[in-house]
Design a protein. Structure first.
Length: 75
């Protein structure tokens, strides 16, 4: 089991991974179509998308968390 103190970073890593896989796949399909070589193009675009998503998640989380807490209901 992983310690609770690593839950948030692990969540951001896994979400970045999942979202970058989906987004790079969709954008690759829209731009080039589902033709021969799609998997290679998708993987190549994901190699760039994942680090960008990961950096964005770790950079934006400290900014967005207080903002969300401010606008979220206290129900």
């Amino acid at each position: 089991m992983i310690s609770k103190k690593y839950a948030q970073p692990l969540f951001m890593i896994l979400m970045s991974f999942g979202m970058s896989v989906i987004m790079s796949g969709v954008v690759t399909a829209v731009n080039t179509g589902m033709v021969d070589g799609f998997s290679e193009r998708w993987f190549y675009s994901w190699l760039f998308a994942f680090p960008v998503a990961l950096i964005a998640a770790f950079t934006l989380a400290p900014v967005m968390r207080p903002f969300v807490n401010k606008i979220a209901s206290k129900d």
